[in-house]
Design a protein around this ligand. Structure first.
Ligand code: 6R9
Length: 703
């Protein structure tokens, strides 16, 4: 049991109920769950959590079978099938994880038909809140089922079959979950690419997945800015063509014209949004492109689900890889479904009637699991938000909370830090009394941001669930339960049911008790990834080679004397900008494409709002001069190759890079230069120590 010591014993230390928590720099600050929350929670105390956790580890079959009773499996019951077979040790054979293999189900049936059968047909599944506060809509479970069936029929009519990959590049609109579930209904594998990625990134992902169908929209408003997604899609499709991938169908949602329909400018009798895009004509290829609404109009609203194997793929989602090439993380059906549903229920303590809101974009794993699949599996009512926290004002999040009376609110540390900057008034002018539980995800949350979230946003009455997980883990793996876990600001606390975290030393020895090491997992849980799409060797090499017998997260962590787990961040060549993982190799290969660049090296530097930001060093080819214009061009290059969120914070000229005698770049030194720390440690392995002085001379004044 990872809960060593007795956390209850610490609770007098800094414990506050329904009140502010003071700033205090130590690991013994414990914030007890408010009794109001514990009283009604599914898990009411740490003792209850521990008992359930113990059972999930010692009797996983019994534990999950109780939960499986809430799901529908076709023909024979799931329990007639092999429960779990797995191998984590590459020395013993191929790594594999199979859960309920042989059982047949369909996730869209479980999320929609079953909820309608249970009487939730008229319950709101999603409220949609547009970028413009006047744009809104809603959809019930009954309506959602029909829309999903219609779209599934559209796909079928276009020839899409079970196992085909469908790429989705869309904004946060209702058609996005409909498209996902439409794919799932017929057993097609969706591959969603976040709408902030560039044409090149979209094309790379489509080519890797060999996706011949793309679903997109004409465009989207982000605050005051319009983004023409169809134009980006067209560029991506052209690039696919260059790689011999023939994209046969591009389905386009006509989203722009229907925006701000309520907001009419009396002088012109037109909505300002409409006026702005009045002259805009979406580029359209009559043979390849199809309007979503025209296809849907003719489609039947009944579509029997395709019964797929528990281990058939549900979706793939690309995540950065340390070599620079993104990996298509593959998730399968039953394990992901049950894990998404169970973590959602317990971690947000969702009860019928609650209104839940996760601000993540569906293009990331958080949106997959905690906007679409987890909430719908629980018959929940949630908010889908198209906009940004800063538009039209910095109160937008809290306005939306008040408008829909949101009970559970889930966002990222980077959003919290950026709102913190504007002061408390934007928060305090909103009521927020509906809030019960606050969540955070994506990167380590610094205690200062944690306390602001707790004291200001939550008025000192809402527990915070700091949920640690990854695209690869499918759902939360280390997280507090809001009614049970006394939290410590900045700690993700304890493992979720079925998850067995271990800290390892450099040599792969398990660390018992307090200590710091590599975070690995010793056993599979239902929702973990099964492979890298099309490259099982890479799956094994990335996650199972360094420490045979364990799944390696790529993160470091420490365990304190009370057994609390604190994630310390990535230990590989990965960085986390505003909660988005990027590999340094990916950025370096974008920079090197510029004709002026001979060599480049990217490192992470701490950033007040983004958590981490990119600091890039470039060595130029002969005949090129470093200038602010070149700096601008290089930043643009990274935006074009990857996406706007990846734009470097600093680009510095490096007459040479610090290398070992074998030619390896010593990033450790570059990280020190980036933060202005002149304590370089042992530099004896450098081929040329004078490089350090050269780099210091070219360091910009205030990076
Ligand atoms: C869900 C998601 C995964 C990486 C992960 C870790 C970091 C996520 C965190 C956290 C500390 C948390 N991370 N949640 N670090 N505390 N609560 O973000 O997936 O985009 O794949 O990123 O994010 O470094 O390894 P993904």
């Amino acid at each position: 049991m990872p809960v060593t010591g007795n956390p209850e014993a610490n609770m007098s230390n800094g414990t506050v109920e329904s009140n502010s928590v003071p700033e205090q720099e130590n690991e013994s600050q414990v914030v007890k769950p408010p009794s109001e929350i514990s009283k009604n929670a599914y898990v009411k105390s740490l003792d209850e959590y521990e008992a359930m956790y113990k059972r999930s580890i010692s009797d996983p079959e019994g534990f999950w079978k109780d939960i499986l009773a809430d799901f529908h499996f076709q023909e024979k019951q799931a329990d007639d099938k092999s429960f779990l077979t797995y191998n984590f040790d590459i020395n013993k054979g191929p790594v594999s994880i199979k859960w309920l293999e042989g059982a047949k189900t369909n996730i869209s049936y479980n999320l929609l038909d079953r909820n309608v059968q249970k009487g939730l047909g008229d319950t709101i599944a999603f409220y949609w809140e547009g970028n413009d506060p006047k744009d809104e809509s809603k959809i019930t479970y009954g309506e959602l089922l029909k829309e999903v069936c219609k779209f599934a029929n559209v796909l079928k009519n276009l020839g899409v079959k079970k196992g085909d990959r469908v790429a989705i590049y869309m904004p946060m609109i209702m058609e996005l979950p409909i498209a996902m579930l439409g794919c799932a209904r017929i057993g097609a594998i969706h591959s969603i690419v976040f709408g902030g990625f560039s044409a090149d990134s979209l094309a790379d992902r489509m080519i890797d997945a060999q996706a011949t169908v793309l679903i997109t929209s004409d465009g989207v408003w982000r605050g005051e800015k319009i983004i023409h997604l169809k134009e980006i899609s067209d560029k991506a499709i052209a690039k696919c063509g260059d790689s011999n991938l023939d994209v046969k169908h591009c389905i386009v949602v006509n989203h722009l014209p229907r925006l701000a329909v309520n907001k009419v400018d009396e002088s012109t009798n037109q909505s300002p949004v409409k006026r702005k895009q009045f002259d805009y004509l979406t580029p359209f290829d009559e043979t390849r492109d199809k309007w979503y609404h025209e296809l849907i109009e003719k489609a039947d609203d009944v579509c029997p689900p395709e019964w797929v194997d528990a281990e058939d793929p549900l979706f793939m989602l690309y995540t950065s890889g340390s070599t620079g090439k993104p990996k298509g993380v593959l998730h399968t059906t039953a394990g992901y479904m049950v894990y998404a549903a169970t973590t959602f229920k317990y971690v947000f303590d969702y009860h019928p009637g609650d209104i839940y809101w996760c601000t993540a974009d569906i293009g990331w794993i958080t949106g997959h699991t905690y906007v679409t699949y987890g909430p719908l599996a629980n018959g929940a009512t949630s908010v889908i938000f198209e906009g940004t926290p800063f538009y039209p004002t910095n109160s937008r999040f809290w306005d939306v909370v008040d408008k829909y009376k949101v009970n559970q609110f889930y966002t990222a540390p980077t959003a919290i830090r950026s709102l913190m900057k504007f002061g408390d008034n934007f928060v305090k002018q909103c009521n927020r009394s509906s809030l019960k539980i606050l969540g955070t995800v994506g990167e380590p949350i610094n205690p200062e941001a944690w306390l602001w979230y707790y004291n200001v946003v939550g008025d000192g009455r809402c527990p915070i669930v700091d949920t640690y997980w990854q695209t690869e883990t499918g759902g939360h793996v280390i997280t507090p339960l809001p009614g049970a876990t006394p939290s410590k600001p900045g700690s993700a606390t304890f493992p979720f049911f079925g998850v067995l975290p271990v800290l390892l030393t450099e040599e792969g020895k398990e660390i018992e008790g307090p200590g710091e090491g590599y975070l690995v997992f010793k056993k599979p849980w239902p929702g973990m990834m099964r492979s890298v799409y099309g490259d099982h060797d890479r799956f094994e090499a990335t996650y199972f080679k360094r420490f045979p017998g364990y799944y390696f997260t790529g993160d470091g962590a420490k365990r304190d004397k009370d057994g609390y787990i604190w994630i310390t961040g990535r230990v590989d060549d990965m960085l986390n900008v505003s909660g988005h993982l990027l590999s340094t190799a990916q950025v370096e290969s974008a920079l090197i494409e510029h004709k002026a660049v001979a060599e480049s090296a990217a490192v992470a530097m701490p950033h007040k709002v983004k958590g981490e930001a990119l600091y890039c060093f470039v060595t130029l080819r002969d005949g090129f001069e470093f200038s602010s214009q070149l700096e601008g061009e290089l930043k643009l290059k990274v935006r074009e190759k990857i996406g706007a969120f990846a734009a470097p914070e600093v680009i510095q000229l490096a007459p040479a890079l610090p290398k070992t005698r074998s030619g390896k770049i010593m990033r450790r030194i570059l990280r020190k230069i980036a933060v202005g720390d002149s304590n370089f440690g042992d530099t004896s392995t450098l081929a040329d120590e004078s490089v350090i002085d050269l780099l210091l001379q070219h360091r910009p004044e205030a990076p």
